[in-house]
Design a protein around this ligand. Structure first.
Ligand SMILES: [Zn+2]
Ligand SMILES: [Zn+2]
Length: 392
């Protein structure tokens, strides 16, 4: 098939790499973790084996750690945590290079940790992220996460990293792809857009970076935490806004209309026409943020929901209908999001370095969860993204 093939098609994969042990970081129950030896995965013909070198900690990992579940899913049995990873290819399945025709042993790769059925109408229709048969790392019921030495994936779900991108930033391609999916894919971001982003946590900050990298005009960050907003302003936001306080007994919807008007007025943003808000991304899930976003957006604008909060909330439906506001869900990432994320970093359009605030050894994984949960480390330093090394 490809002249680069280093393993002829149809031949069984050679188990010629020096397979070591496979220690894994396991969540047994909420707040109860430990290390356990796991079997080294056996490869199917189109799969590859990655030796994990770096894994980032995500809000969802911390949520599982803290509560034993997330949203409608709960831990069913002990589960290896982690899903934001990069590593080195140590074994290729029998089909060798498989789909991309470019993978070689020793390649440094970012992992896309959701395996889909490829058969259903959603997979075939190009929206594999909503496949009902999705098996996602560290998301029950699943085969476990990436905080272990070896992890296998179909060959088309690993992406070779350019020379300029370190493995720790390779691990951050996962949350960056969430931001790319929200801003570029669902949000159809264009150069010159004015973008309003709620939440200055990791995903919100990455969404700001993507909006900036793709040529955004104004990028407005909203958060209730001033320290986060100061960071956002230095990082990628052109404007920041701390919401005004609600009045006593003021209903949320009324407050949200008032706060949206205050946001626009105080930043000199028109409600429609040139300079108005083209795109809103909510990375909080908070009801008032969602309402504010839907009230601040221009008629015909696009609103993307990526944050999680209460499952049922009130939205200004009359405004949505009469102004044809387009509301879209943004769930993880889909076709083309990883390549764009990697390209944005490789070309210097998105800088991940300021977001990587802490690194830990594999044996200290628990500390990474604890400080991500607290939002501060032992010395009071602000935590954005923690990355844990693979086992030594
Ligand atoms: Zn994540
Ligand atoms: Zn499917």
């Amino acid at each position: 098939m490809s002249s680069h093939a280093i393993i002829p098609e149809g031949k069984p994969h050679p188990a010629d790499f020096a397979a070591k042990d496979n220690p894994a970081f396991i969540l047994y129950d909420k707040l109860k973790t430990g290390y356990e030896e796991q079997p080294i995965p056996e490869l199917g013909p189109d799969e590859v084996l990655v030796e994990i070198k770096k894994t980032g900690i995500c809000g969802s990992d911390v949520h599982f750690y803290n509560t034993g579940g997330m949203g409608l899913v709960a831990l069913e049995e002990p589960m290896c945590l982690g899903h934001e990873s990069a590593g080195v290819l140590v074994q290729l399945g029998a089909n060798g290079l498989v789909s991309k025709g470019v993978l070689q042993l020793g390649d440094r790769v970012a992992l896309e940790p959701g395996v889909t059925c490829r058969m259903c109408t959603d997979c075939r229709g190009g929206c594999y992220q909503i496949c009902e048969h999705m098996v996602f790392a560290a998301y029950p019921p699943s085969r476990g996460g990436t905080l272990q030495r070896y992890y296998k994936l179909p060959a088309d779900l690993v992406y070779r990293l350019p020379e300029s991108v370190g493995l720790e930033y390779g691990a951050m391609m996962e949350p960056l792809s969430v931001a790319v999916h929200a801003v570029a894919n669902k949000g159809s971001m264009r150069t010159g857009y004015n973008v309003l982003i709620f939440g200055a946590g990791p995903v919100g900050l990455l969404a700001m970076a993507v909006a900036k990298g793709l040529g955004g005009n104004r990028i407005v960050a909203v958060d209730i935490n001033e320290e986060r907003l100061n960071f956002a302003k230095d990082y990628a936001a052109t404007d920041v806004y701390i919401p005004i306080k609600p009045n006593a007994d003021e209903p949320r919807p009324a407050y949200s209309v008032r706060a949206a008007a205050d946001l626009l007025l105080s930043l000199g943003i028109p409600t429609r026409g040139p300079g108005s808000i083209d795109l809103v991304v909510d990375a909080t899930g908070a009801e008032v943020c969602i309402q504010m976003g839907l009230n601040a957006i221009k008629p015909g604008g696009t609103y993307v929901q990526t944050g999680f909060g209460p499952p049922d909330i009130q939205v200004p439906m009359f405004r949505i209908t009469t102004n044809e506001v387009q509301i879209k869900g943004g769930w993880r990432y889909g076709n083309g999001d990883y390549p764009l994320a990697i390209d944005l970093v490789n070309r210097g359009l998105v800088n991940l370095e300021p977001l990587l605030t802490h690194t830990f050894k594999f044996k200290d994984a628990l500390e990474a969860f604890e400080i991500t949960k607290a939002g501060k480390d032992k010395n009071g330093k602000f935590v954005i993204k923690c990355v844990i090394d693979g086992p030594e």
